[in-house]
Design a binder for this molecule. Structure first.
Ligand SMILES: Cc1ncc(COP(=O)(O)O)c(C=O)c1O
Length: 441
């Protein structure tokens, strides 16, 4: 029986199990819906840590859809999927190459696995102030220098920029390196020809998708995908790693929501919705270009991520004005640009509202954009595992240069580290630090 049916069938049973709430809100009646289907693994229900029944079937269906060897449902976000992927593939002191624009969960994974990191700098676009692709040639030169076990990268980026995973995967295979692609923002890629191919289809060994980001599912829903071509690792080893990090009381409503999400994504209705959304965004773009709005529009770009700037106004001011005057909140902004995230559930009316507001925004003709500078190549003095939980002291910012930071500088979103514990403080970082700086003693 499907997870959804299990949850929605009529219950005659008297259940003395967790959760104690008896499927009714006692103290937060506003959230009635949350309680109604909130069961644990009672008799007849399946177990996420060792599925044999409904969850196994639903995962199998998702795996067929995504053309994977195994797709695992995750109720704690791509964060947990990334940790489990890393814990499976990385043993202590294995060398790991990580693209610097990876989400902080990858840094956390380095602490938990005791992998030894080298950072790889992605290409960047100074005009927009964003990291772009991984250059396969530069990657190849780096892989020739060291025997890495794993390369971890993000594609699409937060702003929707896709790397050529097919080429990157060939390079990794040639050098016997496992490829993990954080595809948290690419959950819709399997479901429209107007979007790039999935990382798994292009040869990644492992990928993760956050279904809550763009696929219309509830917060925390995600999947971990294992390629049919992965060498030397069984699905069981990934299940074991997931079991290290996942709660022993996973939310059944979230599991049912993941199942329902795939049911929807494979429907004609969803394809129509995604393709229709992309068409609407294209129309909006061509109309707004006449109003001084410029869009990031490279061929490797995911059109559902609307990255724009408007002549005569900084990204920060544009973001503030849209928020204060039009009640419109963006996903992310920088000095030059703003990012609007769309996906399943983004209505035409919502896009209209953004479009009309962008037309009306007042600008200053003398304002000029400046290129954005990027963090320097990190100087790793202590590996993440060795920098974790250390004694620290405070020094004045003026005396902190080249000392080892005990703190992260991590603007969120996007959750990409500008400085991590264990790294030397460079001149570039000083602008981001308070007067008293924590350094490792
Ligand atoms: C690129 C990237 N990877 C992973 C994550 C973590 O995803 P989740 O929130 O599903 O744990 C995020 C969240 O912002 C992200 O942007």
């Amino acid at each position: 029986m499907s997870i959804i049916k299990l949850l929605t069938k009529k219950f005659e049973r008297t259940i003395f199990t967790t959760p104690s709430h008896n499927q009714k809100p006692i103290f937060s009646k506003e959230y009635n819906g949350l309680y109604k289907h909130d069961f644990s693994e009672i008799e007849g229900f399946d177990n996420l840590s060792n599925p044999v029944n409904s969850i196994l079937m639903a995962q199998g269906k998702a795996s067929d859809i995504l053309k994977t060897k195994q797709t695992f449902f995750v109720t704690q976000g791509s964060t947990t999927a990334i940790l489990a992927a890393m814990k499976t593939l990385i043993n202590p002191i294995d060398k790991v190459l990580v693209a610097r624009n990876c989400h902080k969960s990858v840094y956390n994974g380095l602490i938990l696995t005791a992998g030894m990191v080298d950072w790889f700098m992605p290409e960047k676009d100074e005009k927009w102030g964003i990291y772009t692709t991984i250059d396969p040639k530069k990657l190849e030169s780096t892989l020739e220098l060291n025997q890495y076990k794993v390369f971890i990268m993000t594609s699409p980026t937060y702003e929707g920029i896709n790397s050529n995973i097919a080429e990157i995967s060939n390079v990794c295979k040639k050098h016997d390196v496992y490829l993990i692609v954080d595809e948290a923002h690419g959950a819709l890629y399997n479901f429209s020809e107007k979007l790039p191919k999935t990382a798994i289809e292009q040869g990644a060994d492992v990928s993760v998708n956050s279904l809550h980001k763009t696929a219309g599912a509830l917060n925390q829903t995600a999947v971990l995908n294992i390629s049919a071509n992965i060498k030397n690792f069984s699905s069981t080893s990934f299940q074991n790693s997931l079991n290290l990090f996942q709660t022993s009381s996973p939310s059944y409503p979230l599991l049912a929501n993941i199942e329902a999400c795939f049911n929807y994504l494979t429907s004609k209705e969803a394809k129509k919705e995604i393709d229709g959304l992309i068409d609407e965004i294209e129309k909006m773009k061509s109309e707004l270009k006449r109003f001084g709005v410029e869009f990031y529009d490279e061929e490797n770009h995911d059109p559902t991520k609307i990255l724009l700037r408007k002549n005569g106004i900084s990204g920060f001011d544009l973001s503030d004005t849209l928020f204060s005057e039009f009640n419109i909140e963006d996903e992310l902004n920088n000095q030059n640009s703003c990012l609007y995230l769309t996906g399943i559930g983004t209505t035409k009316q919502k896009l209209e509202k953004l479009k009309n507001a962008l037309k009306k925004i007042q600008t200053n003709p003398s304002f000029e954009f400046e290129n954005i500078d990027f963090q320097p190549y990190p100087i790793v003095k202590l590996q993440p595992v060795n920098a974790y939980n250390r004694d620290f002291i405070y020094v004045n910012k003026n005396d902190s240069l080249l000392k080892i930071s005990n703190k992260m500088i991590l603007p969120y979103p996007p959750g990409i580290g500008l400085l991590y514990p264990g790294e030397a403080i460079q001149k570039w970082h000083l602008n981001y630090l308070n007067n008293d700086v924590e350094i490792i003693a």
